[in-house]
Design a protein around this ligand. Structure first.
Ligand code: OOG
Ligand code: MG
Length: 275
């Protein structure tokens, strides 16, 4: 059977669908930009199962030639928890294919219903995994940059349970990274302004990210350690959005300005007439 048949399958806690088939399902949805029904509406998926589905779905990308370039944290700010109705920290994986050049273009057709959110990005110089202090986390950082994350839930109406969003790689679908600064900068409370076509769309502070974005690094080390993974030198971590995400539409230029760190931007290519 194909993974799609699970919708009609009522037997057993997962019907006939294996975690491997569910991984295929979320990967296909991302690859073809085609929304699917929430897994939790049809099958019982535990949180460890959801992380295993995520792991296997990213393994499919790697098999197609993508390279793991780092990780992202989600729901590290109250604004995001409130917007999505989920209040647990989550983490996902980033690949090189998700990267968009600073100042580059996003092609709307490649996404289901993308949104953008303002973030801080860390570049690692030392491995980090397990229980670490804030100072240890900061000492493992090579550089810090302003970043925009493009999230695109593969579920209909951008609605999901905790397990659904984790299985769907925490909605990760793209990121744009601005100029790198030295890691000795105090990033605990920097003003962040995200604008759409020159108009302010959301205003926040890096302090909204767990009180200090480096706390997201501490949380990432702990979560990854529990999963037997680590942040490796040369990899990046997106610390999580400081404000709510904003829906993307063709023709928009999105720009993020972070005090002292500088800015980053991208443009959403307008959709074709027949879309
Ligand atoms: C889940 C991803 C959350 C963040 O920065 O909080 C996230 C979602 O909102 O779809 O990336
Ligand atoms: Mg995010």
């Amino acid at each position: 059977m194909s993974a799609y048949d699970l919708n009609d399958n009522q037997c057993g806690p997962y019907g006939d669908a294996s975690l491997e088939q569910l991984a295929f399902l979320v990967d296909e949805a991302a690859r073809t930009a085609c929304a699917i029904e929430q897994l939790s509406r049809r099958v019982h998926v535990t949180l460890p199962d959801a992380y295993e589905i995520q792991r296997q779905s990213i393994a499919l990308r790697v098999m197609r030639g993508e390279r793991l370039t780092g990780f992202k944290m989600g729901f590290t700010s109250k604004a995001k928890m409130h917007q999505m109705g989920v209040d647990d920290l989550i983490w996902g994986r980033l690949t090189d294919a998700m990267g968009i050049d600073d100042g580059g273009d996003l092609v709307l057709q490649n996404y289901v219903h993308p949104r953008v959110e303002p973030e801080i990005c860390f570049l690692m110089k030392k491995p980090l995994s397990g229980k670490v202090t804030l100072l240890e986390a900061l000492a493992a950082v090579e550089a810090i940059a302003p970043a925009l994350e493009i999230i695109d839930s593969r579920y209909e109406a951008f609605r999901f349970s905790l397990q659904d969003v984790v299985a769907d790689n925490c909605s990760s679908s793209g990121f744009v990274i601005g100029p790198w600064s030295k890691p000795d900068m105090d990033v605990s409370n920097l003003g962040m302004v995200m604008s759409v076509n020159g108009r302010d769309a959301s205003l926040g502070s890096s302090a909204a990210i767990l009180g200090h974005p480096a706390r997201s690094l501490v949380a990432a080390a702990r979560c990854l350690g529990e999963a037997g993974e680590s942040l490796l030198p040369g990899q990046i971590l997106l610390a999580g959005a400081a404000t709510e995400a904003v829906a993307l539409q063709g023709g928009q230029t999105i720009r993020l300005d972070v005090d002292q760190l500088g800015s980053t931007a991208f443009t959403v290519m307008a959709a074709n007439h027949d879309d």
